[in-house]
Design a binder for this molecule. Sequence first.
Ligand SMILES: [Zn+2]
Ligand SMILES: [Zn+2]
Length: 396
Amino acid sequence: MIADVDDAVAARVLELRRAIHKHPELGFEEHATAALVEAELDRLGIAHRRLAKTGVVGVLRGASPGRVAALRADMDALPIQERTSLPFASEVPNVMHACGHDAHTAMLLGAAHVLAAQRERFVGSVVFLFQPAEEGPGGAQPMIEEGALDDPPVDAVAMLHVDTRIEAGVVSITPGPVNASADELRIVVRGKGGHGASPHTAIDAIPAASAIVLALQNIASRETDPLGSVVVTIGTINGGYRNNIIADEVLMTGTLRAHDPVLRSQLEDRVRRIVEGVAAAYNARAEVQVTYGYPPVVNDAELARDFAEIAEREAGVLVKALPPTMGAEDFAYFAQRVPGVLIRLGIRNEASGAMHPGHSAEFQIDEAALPVGVRTLVAFATAVAGGRLPRESARS
Ligand SMILES: [Zn+2]
Ligand SMILES: [Zn+2]
C-alpha cells in the first residue's frame, strides 16, 4: 500500500481540522485559514502563492519530472449558529463549518505531509488548491482565471467532499455527472391594482402567478426526459398589500437545476415561454430573469473508473458509486478545464452524532474517516503525477 498515513500525520490532520473548525470564516474572508495553510506549507517546504484574494496554491515538485496532479479543498464556512456541544465548536457567532470544508482543508494538508515526505523518490508534481468561497459567490473561477491550473499545467484534478449519507470511511466515486447546475430564477408578474370587491376593474397578479407556478411544474414532469434530471423550484412568492386590495405585482424567485449541460441550456427558454404564455392568458405581463450560477460537475468517466480501482487497490478504501445529487459545487469549473473527479467521503456514524445533513446547525463528522480521505488524495496524486492517470487516450 503506497498511500500510508502514519499516526503523526493522522494526529496533525485532527488538530488542524479542529483548529479550523473553531475559527470558521466566510467566503473571501478566509484570512486566518489561508495563513494557517501557508504556515503548514512552509513547514513542509512546499512553495506557495496567493490567488483570488484568500486562495492559496502550493506546488510540490518531485525528484523527477512527470505529470501534474491537482488536489482541491475549499476553506469557507457558512452563516449558521453552531448547535453542537463539541469541545472545538465554533467560537465565532453565526459562522460555522457546517459543510465540512474544515475537514477538506485539513485532509489536503495531511496529503501534503505524506507527499512531501516522499519528495526524494516522487515522480511528477502536485498542485494543492486551497479555494475560497465555494458556498458563494465562488472562488474556483477566479482562481482559474488567475492561473491556478497553468503553472505548472495540471493534467487532472480531484477533490473530496464529506457526506453524511455515506457510512464513515466508505468512498464514493461516480463516473459522469455527480452534481447539478444551479441557476437563479426571478419572475415578476405585473397586473393592474384595484378594489378587492371589483375584480373586473383590475388585473389580478396573484392568480396569474399561481397559474405560472403550477404550469412550471410541467417542465420536469412532461417536457423533459424522465431519465434526465431537472429541478424547477419556486422558493419565494411575494405580492399584494392587504386582504381587500388586488395585487398589481408578484415577485417570485427560484432555482433551476440540471445534470446535462444541454438540458440546462434549454431551461431558460422553456421557463420564459411558459411564464409569458400563462401571463398573457391571464391578461397580465411577466418578466423572467435567469442568473447563471455553477455549471454541473461532470466526473471524467474513464478517470473516475480507473481511479476507483486504484483507490481500492492502493489506498485500501472501500469504493462505491452512489447516485448523483442535485446539489451544486464550483469544482465544476476545474473539471471543465481538465479531467476531474469529485470524490465523496463517508462520515456518517450515528453513535457519535454524525448523521445531520450538511448546512445544518448540528452537522458533525466522524473524524475516524479523515485518514481515509488523506489516503485517497495521496493515491490520486501519485497515480496522476506518476503518469498512470488519466490514460493517454483521454488526453487530447
Ligand atoms: Zn455547502
Ligand atoms: Zn461543501
